[in-house]
Ligand binder design. Sequence first.
Ligand SMILES: [Zn+2]
Length: 398
Amino acid sequence: MLTANTKSGKKISLGYNYRKETLISLRNNEEFLCPICGESVCLKLGDQRIFHFAHQRGGTCREVFENETINHMEGKRQLFQWLLGQKVPAVLEFYDKAIGQRPDIMFIYRGKKFALEYQCSPLPEKDFIKRSNTYITHEYIPLWIISANHIHRKRINIMAFSNFDYLFLRNTPLENYYIPSYCPERRQFHILESIHPISIKNAFVQHSIFPLNQLSLEGLLEPKLLSNLNSENWGKEMDSFIINWMLHPNPKQKNFLNEVYNRDLNMFLLPPEIGLQIPHSVLIQTPPIIWQTYLFLDVLADKRPNDILTLKEINFHFKKRVYRKEIVLRKLPLLDSLHPITAEISYLRCLAKLGILSEHGENSFKLERKIMIPRSNREREEAKLGFHQKYLYMLTKQ
Ligand SMILES: [Zn+2]
């Protein structure tokens, strides 16, 4: 840890740039105490590791500071100094007695209280959620920043995210979903944004890297939305996703395939309108092409032109699929107020822009024309031709 109290009650924070000589003389004259448990701690001033305080062996402190890595201490120290450099009031290792939690950094920005957690080691999901909820109920805005060591790039613009990585997902008022990340060795932020899942793990991502001194706090809290829409690449990813998915289906997938088959659909002959890259799809863990197929079967397949689809009907089917675990929602503790059905609604809005539906009052849609189901590869290729251009045009126009 980087903070301790002296016996006379003075707080020493190693987040500030003390000279080594100053600290040595301080160490010769003072005894340091842990601000949480009150036990005595040593000031370590080695050349190998960042200067820090450590409990005596066998200490009973309930915070497990001693498992802190160099990366973690360096990271929070750099982020602390980055905030100070922007004149943001901040406290390193602020211990909030009332909630028994100690964010790495507490800071105030635009009148709001933030709890910054720089996370290097994996943390059980339930602990992450509990800590975040405690912050939220005590009027902190949690700002979790994941260590850049967790980032796994697969191909250009495609990354693999674990459920743990997704816990860090935040959103901006302009509906940019992103994960903030930091690397203390290179002093760089990584902003993983415009996240559009392809499968449970893989997602299209815009990956921007900023040197620490070139990104402001505002830039970190509200990164600009960079469009990474590429309808043609997306279509290719959907095609290869289906092939992989069909090769080794697990029992759940077999149920899905049976249902699709019984409803006279062929996964290799899906119309290009199913499996779209749409906003908010990150709220649902089930791959987009799967939940969009369910939505098609549930509310679109049997409708005729001029039939109405109500929000109530959409909601009913959605809940049923979720209950049966055919659609699985993502655990996103930082976006709790967003209902995952938002993803389905935004898909239907896309279909409205494509002229298949029209918005009919506030809570319903009207079917304008049926989605044409290709009966052969040739028909499918024809349907795809031109669709992607039209789709991209439509998206850039909105
Ligand atoms: Zn302690």
